[in-house]
Design a protein around this ligand. Structure first.
Ligand code: AVJ
Length: 321
């Protein structure tokens, strides 16, 4: 990646996250500009996402929680007694809290997240609320196979991947991720995964372009983060939020649209934006139940059960390896 040597020397040792910088320079240099959705979640971005989950138009979070509440006993009954429960990309522990009351005799709860600081504080809080639960946080990038704590080697394994986070990955990468979970958990494991479903375009469009403008603020915050962390000069008024469901690709696309022809500098590197040119910031794939089943099978998982809400908005699946 060529741009790095051109960096202003002052920036080199200024505590800049080099992989973030490299990804941003690479994404903005591409013929169709793009940024990775994983960078939305700085402190402000995580707060804005929490606000999104409470919006009237954003149905996924509350619908998934209702499914976990309603079918928790069934979901829990499908997991082996004495299992170690591994949550991939745990973030906040709101969802596992709905499951834990239905899981008897867990060997341990293993939240896995890259953000070590957040992981520890959430783990401590969970330990206080569930005093008999062994909480064993692992700081790791869940997109690659990683070792589980040694003494859990012989425990049956269950994985938990709620929130339709899988939807952020291209289908081939999503299948690769499911295969990687199988490798981490081992044969005989169960995986509980939350998947948002294909539905009416108007409902989907509204969920990602809410009337209060919270999703717009969430999308634009990525530019604020790049300005602050990578010494860029994006003018926030120069870009607007765009989100739509592409029925052919089965995904929501989010973009930031340049409102005029303009030049933006990131860590000393100039980028031109034409009027109406976009930065593609996120994909959120939606599946049908059979479509997700096929994806899981292709990744080596047997489809065991599916639970949905009465309106068929969201789904929770149990897979076995
Ligand atoms: C956290 C990836 C599940 O795709 O619905 C919400 C992120 N982006 N509104 C989703 C998101 C805009 C969310 N996921």
């Amino acid at each position: 990646n060529a741009p790095i040597p051109h960096l202003a020397p002052a920036l080199r040792d200024a505590g800049i996250d080099r992989s973030f910088l490299q990804d941003v320079l690479g994404g903005l240099s591409a013929p169709r500009k793009h940024l990775s959705a994983k960078y939305f979640y700085d402190r402000r971005g995580s707060e804005l996402f929490e606000d999104i989950t409470r919006l009237p138009e954003y149905y996924p979070t509350r619908t998934e929680l209702a499914i976990l509440d309603r079918y928790g006993p069934e979901i829990g009954a499908g997991l082996a007694p004495g299992a170690a429960l591994v949550e991939f990309g745990s973030g906040s522990t709101a969802k596992v809290r709905r499951l834990l009351p239905h899981l008897s005799d867990l060997a341990a709860y293993v939240p896995v997240d890259v953000s070590e600081e957040f992981l520890r504080s959430e783990a401590e809080e969970l330990g206080r609320d569930f005093p008999h639960l062994r909480v064993e946080p692992v700081a790791a990038d869940f997109t690659k196979p990683f070792p589980l704590p040694d003494d859990l080697k012989d425990a049956p394994k269950a994985g938990f991947f709620p929130g339709s986070t899988l939807g952020n990955f291209e289908p081939e990468l999503a299948a690769g991720l499911l295969a990687s979970f199988a490798r981490t958990l081992g044969s005989g494991a169960t995986l509980i995964v939350g998947i948002d479903l294909v539905k009416d375009k108007a409902v989907l469009d509204a969920a990602y372009d809410d009337a209060a403008g919270v999703t717009a603020a969430f999308n634009l915050n990525l530019l604020t983060r790049i300005n602050r962390e990578l010494g860029a000069d994006f003018d926030l008024d120069g870009f607007s939020h765009q989100a739509f469901f592409d029925e052919n690709l089965g995904r929501i696309e989010m973009h930031l649209v340049s409102r005029r022809s303009q030049l933006v500098t990131v860590a000393g590197v100039p980028f031109h934006f034409g009027s109406g040119e976009t930065i593609h910031t996120e994909n959120s794939y939606k599946y049908t139940v059979p479509g997700f089943r096929a994806l899981a099978r292709g990744a080596g998982w047997e489809h065991a059960r599916v639970w949905t809400d009465p309106d068929g908005l969201f789904s929770v699946h149990a897979l076995t390896a």
